[in-house]
Design a protein around this ligand. Structure first.
Ligand code: NAD
Length: 353
């Protein structure tokens, strides 16, 4: 007998909901059963692509052929839809940020346990090539012990003019992009967090943050700067990582960048003073070409399953989820800590994180 193909219904057919159709297409064991959106025009777009449409969420949930519900609505309604879908016996995939608070996620996790259904969050940027490269770099100690990670995304286009500008929908850049960068950061070290300081920005005058900078110190000594900006006409590198034996920069999504590391075969060369502005400096002279190795960014060696292949294996009890709900919960708790640190303008310490 052929292995089962699972039917997935999409709830919320906007930018991301429609993108999931492309993500699912190459997955052998998955098919899109249909689409529900509260806006008729969005359903018409889905129908024009040959997709079945549903008249209501109830119609999705009472359709026995639907095995999985994908939630790609604005963030404020993720929790309610997830709990209804789990109670209707469906497995659930939810877009990020999973919910707008950790207590909401705990409710979902409880319901998933009670109903014995899979609930998985689409933290897709765990599969981003730039992140996988940094993960390899740290794990393989290519620049020695890493003691500083700076991870940034910066744009010049403000917050897209929709629900992302509104608090009631779970808008704001900390929830929108912060959730990706913080999720990645927590996968780079096994250490607990020691302290958090943060600043939110409101340059655009929206009621939600249009960006933020957070400083996170881990108990093992690693420090991180995580930053999101939407008013950056010139951006800083996507990744800047310092280790005891070198520095790596990945400038952009195209993976431009380099690693400059100590050449173990050459004794350290005394720096030659350089003219810098109106003075001379040895301290700020570049590392000598003889005693360092300069290499381009190499592709990551990751062989992990795709998000959706993993989902099928998790549903069948054949694999552990590549995105664990406890990990997602920790990220939400960190986001809550960042909001608190920014509001209090304080360095928050002695954290249970
Ligand atoms: P969007 O505004 O383009 O689409 C949201 C859609 O949901 C709209 O068509 C809207 O009519 C519909 N909708 C709203 N409330 C609904 C409800 N109660 N039931 C059914 N449909 C409803 O937004 P988007 O950019 O597609 O974002 C959707 C979700 O996907 C958000 O949670 C967002 O954070 C996430 N997202 C994730 C990524 C990623 O890389 N993982 C990228 C973009 C968006």
């Amino acid at each position: 007998m052929d292995p089962k193909t699972y039917n997935l219904a999409i709830v919320g057919y906007g930018g991301m909901g429609s993108y999931h159709v492309q993500l699912i297409e190459p997955i052998e064991r998955l098919t899109v059963a249909g689409v529900f959106d509260i806006v008729d025009y969005r359903k018409e777009l889905a129908a024009a692509k040959g997709l079945q449409t549903y008249d209501s969420l109830e119609a999705v949930l009472s359709d026995d052929k639907v095995d999985i519900v994908l939630i790609a609505t604005p963030n404020d309604v993720h929790k309610t839809i997830a709990i209804q879908a789990l109670r209707a016996g469906k497995h659930v995939v939810c877009e990020k940020p999973v919910t707008v608070s950790s207590s909401e996620l705990l409710e979902i996790m409880e319901t998933a346990k009670e109903t014995n259904r899979v609930f998985m969050v689409h933290q897709n940027r765990r599969w981003d090539e730039d992140f996988l490269i940094i993960q390899d770099l740290i794990a393989q100690k290519k620049i020695g012990e890493v003691f500083r990670v700076e991870s940034r995304v910066q744009g010049a286009n403000g917050i897209p003019g929709d629900w992302r500008q509104l608090k009631a929908y779970g808008g704001g850049m900390l929830l929108d992009w912060g959730v990706h960068l913080l999720d990645q950061l927590l996968l780079l070290t096994g250490s607990r967090i020691d302290s958090v300081a943060a600043e939110l920005s409101f340059i655009l005058g929206t009621e939600v943050d249009d960006g933020f900078t957070s400083h996170i110190r881990f108990k093992d000594g690693l420090t991180a700067v995580i930053e999101v900006g939407t008013t950056n006409f010139v951006k800083l590198p996507r990744w800047y990582v310092k280790g005891t034996e070198g520095t790596t920069v990945i400038r952009d999504w195209d993976l431009s960048g380099e690693t400059v590391a100590i050449n173990p075969d050459v004794a350290k060369v005394e720096p030659t003073p350089i003219q810098a502005g109106q003075g001379l400096t040895k301290t700020m002279a570049p590392p000598s070409e003889e005693s360092t190795l300069r290499s381009p960014i190499e592709k990551a060696q990751s062989t992990k399953a795709s998000f959706y292949d993993n989902l099928v294996s998790v549903i069948e009890g054949a694999a552990e989820p590549l995105v664990k709900n406890e990990e997602v919960l920790r990220v939400l708790r960190l986001i809550e800590t960042i909001f608190e640190a920014a509001e209090k303008r304080a360095v928050l310490k002695d954290l249970e994180l």
